[in-house]
Design a protein around this ligand. Sequence first.
Ligand code: HPA
Length: 277
Amino acid sequence: MNPVYQKLELCYQSIRNKIPFTPKAALVLGSGLGALADELLQEGVIEYNEIEGFPISTVFGHKGRFVFSHIQDVPVVIMQGRVHYYEGYSITDVVLPIRLMGRMGAKLLFLTNASGGINHTYRAGDFMVITDHIASFVPNPLIGQNIDELGVRFPDMSHVYDPGLNGIIEREAGKLQIPLKKGVYIQLTGPSYETPAEIRMAGAMGADAVGMSTACEAIAAVHAGMKVCGISCITNLAAGISPKPLTHEEVKETADRVAPLFKSLIKASVAAMGDML
Ligand code: HPA
């Protein structure tokens, strides 16, 4: 058996033996945005280090666990803390949790992240619904023998971020009177922040926001047949646009400041997506 698939099945069985919960939606909470999982009624929690073979996140401020809950009627599995490529894991390990949530039953993947604003109209604290991504600077997570059990060798990526789901996010943001940008996310490896020249390059390529996650996860999810959507929280202006040096503290401060709005937008959106599942 393909070793990547074997590891996935091992993790899946390890979780199944602990908690028999079938999520319909999967939610990934990015840097500083994990608090949503703390305010929901937690029907089950599994720390990543309890799962055999699971890659463990090490970044300060990232909790590492799956939380099982309901957002209104929708059964959800939430990743409170994700696995990043810059931590040194293989790209297949980075997307293993995404495949795992699909394996648990999730049909929908809702990605969130903290990102730097490249688009000159963006301000720290803005939210951006992701319309497309540039993943060309990180290894493709589908490299290697194809896992036929999950999906095809050459999956189409014309509509990674589902237009129907994006429409729901926009509608719910409107109801909550939360202004929403729309744009293209570029994933770079990190962990260093970008140089101003790299940001000019990314802008020239059509990127509106930059981060160190998300795009590879979206690719793995589309491959596995999940519907995907995502929101970036613009926590800072990207290098060269911001007049001051970038720090992880600023990223966390902004994420904390907008967390209440962010949480209400995500909850309303997931609840409204329930009918599509
Ligand atoms: N660059 C990359 N990743 C980030 C940034 C940034 O400016 N802000 C938050 N995550």
